[in-house]
Design a protein around this ligand. Structure first.
Ligand code: SAH
Ligand code: SF4
Length: 331
């Protein structure tokens, strides 16, 4: 299979279309026409970290913080499954906090509902990841954000690139289906760094690849930095598909926030997953990683109807399975 690098500045849009087409063909070959839905519940916006790009950073004292109760999470989880969605993604800011509560929630979801559970709650210790796995978590999403160690340190000051990679390694060892990825459009991020991101993805060969455009939040140090470029993001998605052909790759809310047709564009250059947001409105409006999250105006049922329409229009179909890793057999 011929491998591409990013389209050089000044190249024709025909080169770009060819790259998108190549990614779409690989998606067809490895994933077929199925689009998997993952229902996301953003259960807490408390965060002890100070990532420069993120509105949930601890330095953002303007943000009102919330934590959903286990009962509220379970009510929302039941709502996800009742709409036919077979994966629940539990996401939050990062806190050094006893994980027994979240283990209990995962256990209850897995015992009472027919679905897979993905966690996206940041860096934890080996034993915490192990307890969460034993509680029944199937998958874990932990983006490396950038493969450049210096840039990582600058933008994620209270974490380290090596520690992040170590976490990914532990997750894999523990048997999680693992997700990794980057942000496109960070300050000082060069084309060379983005290409290194793709090579790191190839090396990690994760089960899920998440590539999102940077979107500025005014109450962060990067508030005045421009958004990630749409075409560059779509090129990166295409390369993600080409270099990790057996991954599940979402058309993220961030891409749709960047461009109103972002979802269809992403689905046509490698993406095969959509993540409808089920966070109750009162909390969703406070989970502001970046502002103007498009889903703020929608309720989950409405957005699922729109997703069905869009997916059908593209000649694709919503999967009825769990959408487990393509590297393993569906269980
Ligand atoms: N706290 C956890 C999970 C929640 S953040 C963690 O950091 O892993 C989920 C993702 O949001 C991050 O991995 C990052 O890639 C993305 N993100 C944060 N701020 C962003 C921004 N301003 N624009 C685009 N993506 C952003
Ligand atoms: Fe916290 Fe995650 Fe945002 Fe960093 S990206 S500030 S860890 S929520």
């Amino acid at each position: 299979m011929p491998k591409n690098i990013l389209i050089k500045e000044g190249s024709s849009s025909k080169d770009r279309q060819n790259l998108f087409l190549q990614a779409d063909n690989i998606r067809k070959k490895y994933c077929g026409e199925d689009v998997h839905l993952r229902g996301i519940i953003e259960f807490s916006n408390y965060c002890e970290k100070n990532c420069f790009y993120c509105g949930l950073r601890r330095g953002n004292t303007k943000l009102k913080r919330y934590r959903m109760s286990p009962e509220e999470i379970m009510v929302t989880a039941r709502q996800v499954v009742s709409t036919g969605v077979k994966t629940i993604v539990l996401q939050s800011g990062e806190e050094r906090k006893d994980i027994r509560e979240i283990c209990g929630i995962v256990e209850q979801i897995k015992k009472t509902l027919d679905c897979a559970v993905t966690l996206s709650i940041g860096e934890k210790t080996f034993s915490e990841y192990k307890d969460l796995k034993n509680a029944g978590a199937d998958r874990y999403l932990l983006k490396f954000e950038t493969s450049n160690e210096q840039l990582f340190k600058k933008l994620k000051p209270d974490s380290s690139y090596q520690a992040r990679l170590k976490c990914l390694d532990i997750l894999k060892q523990l048997g999680y289906q693992t997700g990794a990825g980057n942000i496109v459009g960070l300050p000082e991020q060069t084309i060379k760094i983005l290409e290194e991101d793709i090579l790191l993805l190839e090396k990690l060969n994760p089960d899920m690849v998440s590539i999102t455009p940077f979107l500025p939040h005014p109450d962060t140090p990067l508030g005045k930095h421009p958004s990630g470029d749409l075409n560059l993001t779509l090129e990166m998605l295409s390369l993600g598909r080409i270099y990790v052909p057996t991954s599940h790759m979402p058309a993220t809310t961030a891409i749709r926030t960047l461009h109103k047709e972002g979802t269809e564009k992403a689905l046509m250059c490698g993406a095969n997953v959509i993540m409808p947001n089920f966070t109750p409105y009162e909390y969703k409006k406070l989970y502001l990683i970046y502002p103007d999250k498009i889903c703020l105006k929608e309720n989950a049922e409405e957005s699922i109807k729109d997703i069905y329409k869009l997916v059908t229009k593209l000649g694709r179909k919503i999967s009825t399975g769990y959408g487990h890793s393509l590297k393993k057999r569906e269980t």
